[in-house]
Ligand binder design. Structure first.
Ligand code: DX5
Ligand code: ZN
Length: 226
């Protein structure tokens, strides 16, 4: 079954010299969430942005901010991201020795807790935390950079997670991140994804932010009506 699909533009691929404008364009185009990739240069090879950027984004848009922490020891920074205006905070399963506590802390801070998994982590590793999360974020590339190729071996895992979520009876989002574009959106939607994160497919020089978002929605819609 295909869920109703929400689109989360990832500002990792945005033009940072005019971030405010790009965020306003995404909001006007009906973005459902704004995805913000925080990288520490240790958990992933790249260093990107921190709470300061979340706080700046909060001032230009009312779209919920979906913060993806690709950092070790995320528990040290949760308070800062919550105060900066994060709506949701996802931490990586691989980066959290006390994942259960970390997810509870996110909840206590008033944000939606999310758990993210890299491509090598099986669905079953989430069975003991599913009751604590609002979102499961499945990396469909290895995290660290925008513009990488989608890994199709993540599709069976999406189907398994969708079944686990259905069995839990809870309303948990299944979010996919990495390599999502008009050629892959329909497959992940059919496998049970409810939130599509897309960076390079939305923010690029070929078309407007609005065209990028609409093309993704269209790709999912067309496959549904087939
Ligand atoms: C990758 C990040 C993604 C990234 C996706 O490590 O977590 O959110 O922005 O970029 P695209 O959509 O270009 O694959
Ligand atoms: Zn991300």
């Amino acid at each position: 079954m295909t869920q109703s699909i929400r689109i989360a533009p990832s500002i990792l691929s945005a033009d940072f010299t005019r971030l405010g404008e790009q965020l306003r364009d995404a909001e006007a185009a009906g973005a459902d969430l704004i995805h913000i990739d925080v990288m520490d240069g240790r958990f992933v090879p790249n260093i990107t942005m921190g709470a300061l950027v979340v706080e700046a984004a909060r001032r230009v848009t009312t779209v919920p901010l979906d913060v993806h922490l690709m950092i070790f020891e995320p528990e040290r920074h949760l308070d800062a991201f919550a105060r900066a205006g994060a709506h949701r905070i996802s931490v990586h399963w691989e980066a959290c020795p006390n994942l259960h506590r970390t997810l509870q802390t996110i909840q206590e801070l008033g944000c939606g807790p999310g758990v993210a998994i890299n491509p090598h982590i099986p669905a079953s590793f989430l069975s003991e935390v599913l009751h604590l999360v609002d979102v499961v974020l499945v990396m469909t590339v290895n995290p660290g950079f925008g513009g990488q190729a989608f890994l199709p071996e993540t599709l069976p895992k999406l189907r398994q997670l969708r079944a686990m979520i259905a069995a839990s009876g809870r309303d948990v989002d299944l979010e996919v991140d990495g390599g999502i574009h008009v050629g892959t959106a329909a497959q992940v939607a059919a496998a049970g994804a409810s939130v599509l994160v897309a960076g390079s497919a939305i923010f690029n020089a070929r078309h407007s932010v609005k065209q990028g978002i609409e093309a993704l929605r269209q790709a999912v819609h067309e496959s549904k009506s087939r």
